[in-house]
Structures are given as C-alpha cells and as structure tokens.
Design a protein around this ligand. Structure first.
Ligand code: OAD
Length: 242
C-alpha cells in the first residue's frame, strides 16, 4: 500500500471521460444510447472522414457545440474543481472530453488531450483559435484570412493527443491516479493507469459499471459520478490516505 498522501507533497492525477459529463445530459460514446451508436466513428472522427465528407463532420461538431449551450456542469465537475482548489498537494486534471464543463464547473487547470469543441484549427496557418458557434468550409480563418482550412480542433482517431509529454511527467510523479467515467478502450488514455502504477501510484476507478480496464485498478467506486466523486473528494479533503 502506498504511503499516506494528504500533504503538500502529494500528487494526484485525475482522468475524466464522457461518463463525467453524462449526468449533465451529454451522451457518452459507447453506452447503449451513446453517440457512436447513431454514427460510425470512422465516418466522423478521422482525418480521412473529414477529407471525404467535410460537411458531415462540420455538422456533427456544430451540433455538439450547440448542445453545450443547453447543458450545465454537474456536481462531479464542481467537486473536482473544489479538490483542485482546496487540496494541499497537486491535482492535475486531464480529460478526454471536448466539452467545457470542467472549466464551467470551476476548474482553473484542465488538460484537454482530445481537443476542445470551443476551438478550431486552421490547416493553412496551424493556428488554434476560439470557434464560433458554427463554422464550415466557407469560414475564413481570422488569423491568416484564408477560407477552407478550418477544422474542429478535435483529436481524431489516428492522431496524436495534445500535451502527451506533460501528461507523461504528471503520471510518472503521481501518488494517486483516479479515472472517472471512461470505458478504457481508447489509447493512449487507456494506458494511463498502467503508466501511473508502474511508477508506484495507487489507482481508483469511478464508474457506473466496471470498465474493460477494471482489473488494472486497486479500488473501484461503482456508481454515478455525481455521487461517487463527491464522496471521494470529501475523503481526500478530510485527510484520507490510500
Ligand atoms: P465512453 O462512452 O467510451 O465511456 C463512458 C464510460 O462512462 C463508460 O465506462 C460508462 O460506464 C461510464 N459512465 C456513463 N455514465 C456514467 C455516470 N453517470 N457516472 C459514472 N460513469 C458513467 O467514453 P470515453 O471513455 O470518454 O474520442 O471515450 C473515450 C474517447 O472515445 C472519447 O474521448 C472520444 C471517443 O471516441 C474522440 O472522439 C477522439
């Protein structure tokens, strides 16, 4: 069992997935009513799909962006922000989610490894820019003024996620790794638990069911993120050691 961690030297890495935003009303990808049930990910979330049918891809992400305005952060987002704020040690938050609910829930530091719905990427000048509510192939890049080069700033299948070197350093130094609401089927995020454990971290999974990766964790908190994250944060802030 790792040493107690409830002081300024303690380091926690939290990884969130679509399950963290599910109770806000955003669909997950792989649950029975998930996004990928109605859409083939290979026809949406790949550079090849974008090259074949950009309109379909713009439409999909424009709809996701519009939906964000209809939803609110839930208590799991707010409790993670409270932990980041009040915990004496370092709490690094990395999310696979492309929504902005962690920020709206109060998190000052969020590492968006799969990009963000709120940003667009210009293939002409490589700028990453705030996205308007909707954009498409006719939209002119506000930086280089070229039309036709803007795509959603989302990391698609086959592309390298953002910030991998800093995520790797945080995983190598953490005492506690917590995965919340992720199915553990998409790499490299699915490998983070092994990476953290290889460096001696204790690992907790929070999920409404046991994920594919469940055997890799020391401990499971089974239930809805809103309820389980609140309990875990309360334990950590009241000095629980793992
Ligand atoms: P998934 O849809 O694969 O998994 C969601 C997980 O959340 C499942 O394990 C559910 O059991 C769990 N879950 C659902 N509701 C929950 C709740 N209320 N409380 C706790 N857990 C809950 O989503 P991700 O693992 O995030 O990538 O998917 C990873 C990546 O695959 C996404 O970032 C996306 C997708 O393709 C790209 O688009 C590049």
């Amino acid at each position: 069992m790792p040493a107690p961690i409830n002081d300024a030297s303690a380091r926690i890495v939290i990884l969130t997935g679509a399950g963290a935003s599910a109770e806000s009303g955003l669909q997950t990808f792989r649950d029975s009513d998930g996004l990928w049930e109605g859409h083939d990910p290979m026809e949406i979330a790949t550079p090849e799909a974008f090259a074949r049918n950009p309109q379909r891809v713009y439409r999909f992400y424009n709809a996701r962006r519009a939906q964000l305005e209809q939803v609110q952060p839930n208590s799991a987002h707010r409790e993670i922000a409270r932990l980041q704020d009040a915990y004496p040690g370092d709490v690094f938050l990395v999310t696979q989610n492309v929504d902005n609910l962690h920020e709206r829930g109060g998190s000052a530091q969020v590492c968006h490894m799969h990009g963000e719905l709120g940003r667009m990427l210009c293939l002409n000048c490589c700028a990453r820019l705030p996205a308007p509510q909707a954009f498409d192939a006719q939209t002119v890049c506000p930086k280089c003024m070229a039309p036709g080069g803007l795509r959603p700033d989302i990391v698609w299948f086959g592309e390298v996620p953002y910030n991998m070197p800093s995520i790797g350093s945080k995983l190598a130094a953490c005492d506690l790794f917590i995965a919340i609401g992720t199915s553990g089927v998409v790499y490299p995020a699915a490998g983070f638990v092994q990476e953290a454990r290889a460096h001696g971290a204790y690992a907790i999974e929070v999920n409404k069911a046991h994920s594919d990766l469940a055997p890799a964790f020391h401990e499971h908190r089974v239930g809805n993120a809103t309820e389980q994250v609140a309990l875990l944060v309360e334990e950590l802030l009241s000095g629980a050691s793992f």
